[in-house]
Structure formats: C-alpha cells, structure tokens
Design a protein around this ligand. Structure first.
Ligand SMILES: *Cc1c(COP(=O)(O)O)cnc(C)c1O
Length: 316
C-alpha cells in the first residue's frame, strides 16, 4: 500500500482483490443516485460492465465521450461528478491529453479517475498530471508473474475521504499473501518493463513492415494517435501492441500457428500472449471500414529472436 502510494504520488492508497474491484469500488465511492459520469470510449470492457451493472441500475447516468476529449464543456451537466479515463486505451492504445482534460475537469469541478494499468505507476503518473484517483490492476505488471490478482486505487485531495469510506463499507481488502507477492514483483518492475519495452517496440517495428499488416498500434510508433503526448507525459512503453491485418488474412489461423504466444488476455506476466478482438473505433474508419479483425500481443520476457521467429513462421 505504501509502496504503491509512493510510486503514484498519492495522499492515500487502498488495495483490492482484483483490478476490477478497485474500479467498481472507486465508481461506487464517487457516484450516487442522480449523479452523472463521463467515460471515455476506449476503456477496459469491465469498466463499461461496472457502469452497466452497478451505476445505471442505481440511478447514475453514464455518457461515453471520445478518448481524445480535452474540453468537457459540451458534456458536463450540473450533476456531473466524475470522468473516467484510461490512457493509453485498452486494446487500441490511443494516448489522451490528460493534463488538458484535467484542467477542463477542474474548471467544471469534476473529479478525474484514470486507469493506470498500462503505466503501472512506473511509466506514467496520472496524479501528477492532475487526476484525482489512479487505479492499477496489479494483476498485470506489479506482480508480474501471472500468479496474483490484485488492484490498487490511489487518491489525492477531495477523492481521499469518499474512497476511504467506500472501501470500509464494502469490506474491500487484499490478502497478506497476495500483498507479499505483489511487493516482491515490484522489486523488479523497472527491469521487467525495460525488457518488455525493448522487445515489444522491436516487434512493433518489424510487424509494421510485413505485407499482411495494415496497422500496428503502439505508442512509440510515429503517427500513432497521441504519439507526441506519450513522448511528453510517459517515460516508456510496455509489452502491449495491437495489429490490424489485411482483409484476406486469416487472423485465427495466424493465432493458432503461434507457439510462444499463448492464448490469453490477462497480460503483464513474463510470458507472451495473443488475444483476438474486433476493432470498432475511429482508427478503423481511417481504413474506410466499420470494423476489422485485430490481435493484441503481450510481448513477454522470452528471447526476442525466438519471438520474432515464431511470428515469422506463423505469418508464413
Ligand atoms: C486487466 C485490467 C483490469 C482488471 O484487472 P483484474 O485484476 O484482472 O480485475 C483493469 N484495467 C485494465 C486496463 C486492465 O488491463
């Protein structure tokens, strides 16, 4: 708790049995019946589910806003209490201009909650950029070995007391064993992230040069939505990247042909993973399509040449 609070730069930090529990409890802490919440369109699917299952049935109105919104004037109402952002966004990894969004939120007296699982407190510090609550799914890089589930919510200022009382009321906590394993994982967080970054950015560049690939999504590739913003606000990238293929390409066959990238969605461990998804975003409209099959890779800590060789044989 102390380690994450220090890394995030918070006034208070609370631990949860999963990242989703941290998200759901934070939303319940900040919103009550009659309130209004804004959520960016590229958030993690479970965040949308928490809005649908917990907030909407309990009288909270939820509106979706574009991931690149910086001025909230058009969306804010007198009852708007918070905006939930995730940057880089889940799967598509677009980078939002968080400082600008936070400035607008402050003008409208709206709290900003950021899902910081991508940056994990090491690559990105939302609280320093003006957010009120930063959430990390420690299931991913903090524990780093795909053998723990945990979440953390770190708050500053006015968000601290609502979070403290909601955590107590909901009885949310983390087991000592899982806290221990997370702390142990955090000792190598910077080393693991550096290696994930090195391998993933090489793989991203390699994939971008392949015939079957029409788009690689990775915040370090020039032209990626928010590329300049990540260079300004982030201090590195992680093992995630997504790929859109040509129309004729058999994405499923490719996934099945991979041997070192296991099928899986809970990234952040030492192993490489692949997951298929359907891309339905502004990115897709750029290619003149409404949706496209895509994959997301999590590049693990395996030997880079072995991973490239695996991708090459699967493409062939
Ligand atoms: C995985 C993930 C979560 C949820 O974490 P769990 O511990 O699996 O519940 C939340 N946000 C993001 C961005 C994630 O990738």
């Amino acid at each position: 708790m102390q380690a994450i609070n220090d890394m995030e730069g918070g006034d208070g930090c609370w631990l949860f049995p999963t990242g989703v529990a941290a998200i759901a409890t934070t939303l319940q802490a900040l919103l009550k019946s009659g309130d209004h919440l804004l959520v960016v369109d590229n958030v993690f699917h479970a965040t949308q589910t928490a809005c649908d299952r917990f907030l909407r049935p309990n009288g909270v109105t939820v509106d979706t806003i574009p991931w690149d919104a910086t001025d909230l004037t058009d969306w804010v109402r007198p009852e708007t209490k918070a905006v939930f952002v995730e940057t880089p966004g889940s799967d598509t990894l677009e980078v939002a201009d968080l400082p600008q969004l936070c400035e607008s939120a402050r003008d409208h007296k709206v709290l900003v909650v950021a899902d910081n699982t991508y940056g994990s407190g090491w690559l990105y510090r939302p609280l320093e950029l003006g957010c009120d609550v930063s959430i990390i799914a420690g299931t991913k890089y903090l524990s780093g070995h795909a053998d723990v589930m945990m979440g953390a919510a770190t708050a500053v200022g006015d968000a601290v007391e609502p979070l403290r009382s909601a955590v107590l009321a909901a009885g949310q906590t983390l087991s000592p064993d899982d806290a221990y394993l997370t702390l142990r994982g955090m000792r190598t967080l910077h080393l693991r992230l550096a290696r994930h970054e090195e391998s993933a950015s090489k793989i991203a560049r390699w994939l971008a040069g392949q015939d079957a690939v029409i788009q690689v999504m990775h915040p370090e590739l020039p032209g990626h939505p928010g590329y300049e913003i990540w260079r300004r606000d982030g201090s590195g990238t992680n093992g995630l990247l997504s790929v859109v293929f040509d129309d004729g390409f058999d994405v499923r066959k490719f996934q099945n042909a991979l041997t070192l990238f296991a099928a899986g969605s809970s990234w952040g461990g030492f192993e490489s993973l692949v997951k298929g998804f359907t891309l339905r975003s502004a990115l897709c409209e750029r290619f003149g399509k409404r949706e496209a099959d895509a994959i997301r890779l999590h590049v693990g800590l395996e030997d880079l040449d072995d991973l490239l060789e695996d991708l090459e044989q699967a493409l062939a």
